[in-house]
Ligand binder design. Structure first.
Ligand code: ZN
Length: 371
């Protein structure tokens, strides 16, 4: 995409237009850079851009200008341009004025970041100001968020920490050549030590003005995996999950090798449930399972199903957070339940819904074990 065309689209996004429908998702990483005023975010962003360009990566920057559209962006732009090639096609800088943005600064910044990623940039750096809902919104749509702090912030750290601990993927103590840098790092480490080790964000020390520590920081950024975003995927509902799919087979021994050997699935358990006249094999399928059902007596439900319909999907089991509420809704709607909820082998409650009520599928509804 030509810079002029990209600039035109960026203006449209700033004015509240949706992203072009044919815009690709892009492969680039969106990096949020946040922190209190005076932490040197713009200088650090500039240093990161220079280091990424040194590695032949293309970068777009969404700079948030708290005052006017003319100055802030120009300052950052000049800083980067001065240190790299003039009119570098591998760098694209867009400044968003806090007063000019329609539909919220966070939304505008996210829209621009997605536009630049779609345009093919390897990295999109989104710089934000202060802390607040915009920061949280941007952090949740970024692949990683850097929180930039400086030594000597004193009590400010405490105030800031409350809001940013959750959104920080990486901490950067900038101006690390200043007095109090060690204390700052120690304080951060002490706070982070409360959370599990694998969840602790790393802490980097940089002096953005001369580039110290920036290469080490970029090493980490260069190896980040894109995060799966809620906006990019279907939002998983924690209360609903396909627990298993029940498949009626004539013989477990003959059917199992397809699942275990050919598909490569793990066999979790085999058991015989005498009172139901069925032999069961459970296979692992991610968070769900496959349940193979073989009849042990000719008058069992599975035997009758096989006789009538032949081998195949017998039922689908849905795990729900609140079985009584679901049962209540089904009953109110007049759905046909096969009896009342009863206790399964594992002590969990379950009930079957007749295929006549569900468009031809026998549904097993199971109470989530966590509830
Ligand atoms: Zn089942």
């Amino acid at each position: 995409m030509r810079p002029r065309e990209l600039a035109r689209l960026a203006t449209a996004v700033e004015n509240g237009s949706p992203l072009p429908s044919d815009l690709p998702h892009g492969h680039g990483l969106i990096i949020g850079v946040t922190g209190p005023p005076g932490a040197g975010k713009s200088t650090l962003a500039g240093a990161i851009v220079n280091e990424l360009r040194r590695r032949s990566k293309t970068v777009a920057v969404v700079a948030v200008d708290p005052t006017s559209k003319a100055t802030g962006g120009a300052i950052l732009g000049d800083r980067i341009r001065m240190q790299s090639h003039y009119e570098d096609r591998g760098v694209f800088i867009r400044s968003v004025a806090t007063r000019g943005a329609t539909g919220g600064l966070g939304r505008t910044s996210i829209g621009l970041a997605q536009l630049f990623r779609g345009a093919g940039f390897d990295f999109v750096i989104v710089e934000t100001v202060g802390a607040g809902q915009d920061e949280i919104d941007i952090a949740s749509s970024a692949d990683a968020t850097l929180v930039v702090l400086v030594p000597g912030m004193g009590d400010d750290v405490q105030a800031i920490k409350a809001g940013i601990m959750e959104i920080a993927d990486i901490f950067v103590v900038n101006k690390a050549d200043r007095l109090g840098a060690d204390q700052m790092v120690n304080e951060l480490e002490a706070t982070l030590s409360l959370s599990p080790e694998h969840q602790r964000p790393p802490i980097f020390r940089t002096v953005a003005t001369n580039g110290t520590g920036v290469a080490e920081l970029v090493d980490v950024l260069a190896h980040l995996e894109p995060r799966l975003h809620v906006a990019d995927t279907m939002k998983p509902d924690p209360g609903w999950l396909i627990d298993h799919i029940g498949i009626a087979v004539r013989s477990l021994d003959q059917s199992l090798p397809f699942y275990t050997d050919q598909m490569g699935m793990a066999l979790l358990a085999r058991e015989t449930v005498d009172h139901e006249g069925v032999r069961v094999a459970m296979l692992s399928a991610g968070p769900s399972r496959i349940e193979l059902l073989e009849p042990t007596t000719p008058d069992s439900t599975i035997a009758r199903f096989l006789e009538k319909r032949g081998p195949g999907i017998h039922h689908i089991a849905m795990r729900v957070a609140d079985l009584p509420a679901v049962v209540e809704r089904l009953k109110t709607a007049g759905a046909r339940l096969l009896g009342e909820p009863r206790q399964g082998a594992g002590g969990h409650l379950y009930v079957f819904v007749h295929p006549a009520s569900s468009g031809g599928v026998l549904w097993e509804i199971i109470q989530d074990r966590g509830h």
